[in-house]
Design a binder for this molecule. Structure first.
Ligand code: MN
Length: 411
């Protein structure tokens, strides 16, 4: 039977933000990190609301833990969305949410956005979540390498968030975990500042979860601390269940082994970055010297949200040419909008992302053209139409209406 032996959590504003819009939950068996976004403290409200809903615990019901956890996350989405509709100052707010539930036999994960979940086992680092971010979508489409994605200036743009729309797709997965495993949930303020091999090194060398957590936050700050940083660390242990064998008595260090060689970590990270690589990395991982008769880990069962699975199937069967046609549609189906200026010089609402892929493929579609010409706007508000900030539909429409009425205050 699994149990959380110890956990440590810490959140830090970082060095450049005025407020901390991250929230976390560390109440065994449920752990979560939420990274809020939205002006005027709305991001704080969104991430805090997500965590408050999770605190209510899994709903009763006959479904699997995955289904019940996803239900709870959808409830958080609805609650945040309602708040953003009923309070003007919270319009367009949203949050990421990565939640991990340590059950009796398995780890269940629900995830929206780009906060991450990592597993440390036998000195190796494995990422268990996939970012819903622009760069990760492009990596999956083969348009960017993972290395390019890590350095990409738009790496913090996410394609899915809680609260932005009335409904949300939630990715869920179930993983086999075992005694000595360490889990790390973190906001992108950690992983956008320090690379994964460095994360692995810090955790592997630390004498305790607390030391690991403090050093991770320190390292992200030392690298610039451009965003809020949140880390939640927990160590799993196996204890005798109702019908289990003798209790596990061994004492673990943070990851159960000495510091890994960075090359080994890199290899694990590279494998984890490929589809199916997770299962491979697990099977290839050497058994811990103190657990010589480790049964082979079962690969995780991963379930994608239905719409994503359909989209991927469509991409797979229509081949390269049709896939190229489908990609813009795929991005357009995402729930983000931006305000820009069309070829005729008029302020326009676009759905999708303000980027062109190689080959001149747009990942946005024109939604409607306003009657406002960019030239007609006062110089001080022109940037609001050209900065291509990602917005919710309502937020973007509001902005255009304000531009039409000449109501936008200049920055
Ligand atoms: Mn962040």
């Amino acid at each position: 039977m699994l149990r959380v032996a110890k956990h440590f959590e810490r959140t830090d504003t970082g060095r450049q933000r005025r407020a901390n819009e991250d929230s976390y939950l560390a109440r065994s068996p449920l752990f979560a990190v939420a990274d809020g976004m939205g002006g005027a403290q709305a991001g704080e409200v969104a991430s805090r609301t997500a965590v408050e809903v999770l605190q209510e615990g899994l709903p009763d019901g006959s479904g699997s833990i995955e289904e019940r956890l996803a239900g709870l996350v959808r409830e958080a989405n609805a609650r945040i969305h309602d708040l953003s509709r009923s309070h003007e100052e919270h319009a367009g707010m949203g949050t990421t949410l990565t939640a991990a539930y340590v059950g009796e036999d398995e780890l269940t994960v629900a995830h929206v956005g780009d906060s991450r979940l990592y597993l440390f086992r036998d000195g190796r680092l494995e990422r268990l979540s996939r970012d819903h971010s622009l760069v990760e979508e492009l990596v999956r489409e083969g348009k960017l390498t993972p290395e390019e994605a890590e350095e990409h200036p738009q790496r913090s743009i996410i394609t899915r968030a809680l609260g932005v729309e009335a409904s949300v797709m939630v990715d869920t997965a179930t993983h086999q975990v075992r005694d000595g495993d360490v889990l790390l949930l973190c906001s992108d303020g950690l992983t956008s500042m320090i690379h994964e091999p460095r994360v692995a090194e810090i955790v592997a060398r630390a004498a305790s979860l607390e030391e690991a957590g403090r050093e991770l936050v320190e390292a992200a700050n030392a690298a610039g601390g451009r965003d809020n940083i949140t880390v939640v660390l927990l160590r799993i242990e196996e204890v005798a269940g109702p019908d289990a064998g003798p209790p596990a008595t061994e004492q673990s260090t943070v990851t159960g082994v000495a510091a890994p060689r960075v090359a080994a970590v890199r290899a694990a990270v590279a494998r984890a970055g490929t589809r199916g690589g997770e299962a491979q990395a697990r099977r290839r991982g050497p058994a811990s010297p103190r657990r010589p008769v480790e049964p082979e880990a079962r690969p995780p069962r991963r379930r994608r949200a239905p719409r994503t699975r359909t989209a991927l199937k469509v991409l797979a069967v229509t081949g390269v040419i049709l896939a190229l046609v489908a990609i813009p549609g795929y991005f357009a189906s995402q729930t983000v909008y931006f305000v820009g200026v069309d070829a005729d010089g008029f302020v326009t609402l676009y759905r999708g992302m303000p980027y062109d892929l190689p080959g001149g493929i747009h990942v946005y579609t024109k939604n409607f053209e306003s009657g406002v010409a960019l030239d007609a706007l006062p110089a001080r508000v022109r940037t609001t139409a050209t900065e291509h900030k990602l917005r919710s539909h309502d937020d973007a429409v509001d902005l255009i209406r304000q531009l039409e009425r000449g109501q936008v205050a200049g920055q």
